[in-house]
Design a protein around this ligand. Structure first.
Ligand SMILES: Cc1cc2nc3c(=O)[nH]c(=O)nc-3n(C[C@H](O)[C@H](O)[C@H](O)COP(=O)(O)O)c2cc1C
Length: 190
């Protein structure tokens, strides 16, 4: 079976990020036919189209990493009922210059965790809107709004509650199937 390379974009820049813990858990629980690379966003300058003629090296590297991935998994916090500015900035870099949008036809999925009861639901809906405009085929279901309780996921990404582990395992299995379906309909070299 084909192995797919998944680039992970973590929306948080915080050293103790709970979304980074969630990302580690997802990598541990994923089916074997997915491999993972974190695509870092923290060193990107603020985007301006003044850079379009000549991207700085950090932005080139970032964009090349997205191009090299078969699919992208967004693991994001919710900031003020939206996605963090750092993540939006990264997406803007990846989408430009006009006509060279790295997300076009690239399958994606969105997930996030928050201590709040709605578990990043509003941020995820806003991110879905952005990815729609960027022409990324998105996994619609299952949705995953994870309420983070103390100790739910260890620093190493071990999920301590079996029902949550099973839910996340299924989420990654579904993401794998979604990637297979997208590339069946839209082969990578087409
Ligand atoms: C600027 C800011 C805004 C926040 N707004 C929200 C929010 O709208 N909804 C929410 O559930 N949590 C909100 N929080 C709390 C975050 O969910 C919490 O800090 C979480 O740890 C962030 O994820 P991270 O640890 O991966 O960065 C906010 C936190 C910050 C710093």
């Amino acid at each position: 079976m084909t192995t797919f390379r998944v680039g992970i974009l973590i929306g948080s820049l915080a050293t103790e990020s709970i979304n980074r813990k969630l990302a580690r858990a997802l990598m541990r629980l994923a089916p074997e036919h997915l491999t993972f690379t974190e695509i870092a966003i923290k060193d990107l300058p603020l985007y301006s189209y003044d850079y379009d003629a000549d991207f700085p090296p950090v932005a080139r590297t970032f964009k090349e990493a997205i191009a090299a991935a078969d699919a992208v998994l967004f693991v994001t916090p919710e900031y003020n009922r939206s996605i963090p500015g750092g993540l939006k900035n990264a997406i803007d870099w990846a989408s430009r210059p006009y006509g060279q949008n790295a997300f076009t036809r690239k399958p994606s999925a969105v997930i996030g965790t928050s201590p709040g009861a709605i578990g990043t639901a509003i941020a995820q809906q806003q991110l879905r809107s952005v990815l729609g405009f960027c022409n990324s085929p998105q996994m619609n279901a299952p949705e995953a709004y994870i309420q983070f309780t103390p100790g739910l996921i260890t620093d190493e990404g071990e999920v301590t509650k079996e029902s949550t582990a099973e839910f996340l395992r299924n989420y990654m299995a579904e993401f794998h199937q979604f990637i297979v379906r997208v590339y069946t309909a839209l082969p990578r070299d087409a």
